[in-house]
Write a protein that binds this ligand. Structure first.
Ligand code: NAD
Ligand code: ZN
Ligand code: ZN
Length: 344
């Protein structure tokens, strides 16, 4: 079968590989759609040794059950499913509580992270990772598993502060950010301020229900403060889906005293913490800072329910498998709006 593999750090190419077979407890899935996540670019850019090579990329997967491995029950050939990508150890304190995204034994284990992913005609996944998607189109189901799940989990972590009448700044309206806006609209009554460098992303944000949009630039902190109030007031919650120095700086400068910053983006920014030495403080007092990772299986089921009720829909740009490398180059250049989805 054809697969898009990282064959060496930084090298993504289409190769011919044997079609895998499902082992005990596993399922062979015919891949229907795979989202191209910005994290795949971070994986490609990572130093040698952090991720296995060769490895088929793709951790945002939906497909059709093809073959069942020994011992698998509850699934039949032809069933359509979304894949929960994380594979925790299943035995640690976090896994036992259902938080495999916080597994203490396998911190970044998963399909397309520590074993072959979905950018191929077939993929083998543990049957326990499958969730029914009902009537949802597979190109819609795939982005739910990360671009939908990760912001949903972040919003869950901020739920206590996302009360009616509060404000939430969302930075980076790409694959994750445009789903975050819809999740906020569907599950909260907060005022949403969307921030991006790209005018097209801000247009999408307005269409999806952002109350205000701010183009990122030298004056964006002042413009956001004009909307949410100057320190010690500010945004109750900031969701940063970029995580670079400029966005982390914006996040800490616009968050309210006692607010919450969720650093979801993995672009390597630094958050200095000197809460009382500076005036205004580097990070406001009583501010919660969190570093969410993906989400739980139970949350993915809720994300799928939100999509089935028509309240969450990815803005999708599709590409055939052969064009996956080009889709990633477009993602790197900021030319993808919403989510690029590869259809093998
Ligand atoms: P994306 O490329 O689709 O979207 C990024 C968006 O940020 C784009 O709209 C871009 O225009 C905007 N942007 C870039 N620089 C900006 C700046 N300085 N100010 C404002 N906006 C800016 O990426 P994505 O797939 O949505 O992923 C976003 C980030 O989240 C990536 O770093 C990715 O690795 C990370 N991620 C984290 C998790 C997690 O579990 N923590 C899960 C998935 C993705
Ligand atoms: Zn991802
Ligand atoms: Zn574990």
């Amino acid at each position: 079968m054809r697969a898009i593999r990282m064959t060496a750090p930084g090298v993504l190419e289409q190769v011919e590989v044997p079609t895998p077979t499902a082992g005990p407890g596993e399922v062979l899935l015919r891949v229907g759609a795979v989202g191209a996540c910005h994290s795949d670019l971070h994986i490609l850019d990572a130093p040698a040794g952090l991720f296995p090579v060769p490895m088929t990329l793709g951790h945002e997967i939906a497909g059709t059950v093809d073959q069942l491995g020994p011992g698998v029950t509850g699934w039949s050939s032809g069933d359509r499913a979304a894949v929960y990508g994380i594979i925790g150890c299943g035995r640690c304190r976090a896994c036992l509580r259902g938080a495999e995204n916080a597994c203490r034994v396998v911190p970044v284990g998963g399909i397309g992270l520590s074993r072959d992913g979905g950018l191929a005609e077939h993929v083998v996944v543990p049957a326990s990772r499958l969730l029914h998607v009902g009537e949802i189109d597979l190109t819609q189901a795939a982005p739910l598993t990360d671009a939908g799940l990760t912001p949903y989990h972040a919003v869950e972590l901020a739920r206590d502060r996302l009360r009616p009448g509060t404000s939430c700044v969302v930075i980076g309206i790409g694959g994750l950010g445009h789903m975050a806006l819809q999740i906020l609209v569907a599950t909260t009554a907060v005022r949403i301020i969307a921030v991006d460098t790209s005018v097209a992303a801000l247009d999408l944000a307005s269409r999806l229900g952002a109350h205000d949009v701010v183009q990122a630039g030298p004056d964006s902190v002042d413009r956001i403060r004009a909307l949410v109030g100057p320190p010690p007031d500010g945004a109750d919650v900031v969701l940063d889906f970029v995580g670079a120095d400029p966005t982390v700086t914006t996040a800490r400068q616009v968050v309210a005293t006692g607010g919450q910053v969720l650093l979801v983006g993995l672009a390597g920014g630094t958050l200095p913490v000197r809460p009382v030495a500076d005036e205004p403080p580097t990070v406001p007092l009583e501010t919660a800072v969190e570093v969410p990772f993906w989400g739980t299986r139970a949350e993915l089921q809720e994300v799928i329910a939100l999509a089935r009720s028509g309240q969450l829909q990815a803005d999708v740009q599709t590409f055939p498998l052969t064009e996956a490398p080009e889709a990633y180059e477009m993602l790197r250049r900021g030319e993808i709006h919403g989510r690029a989805v590869i259809v093998p």
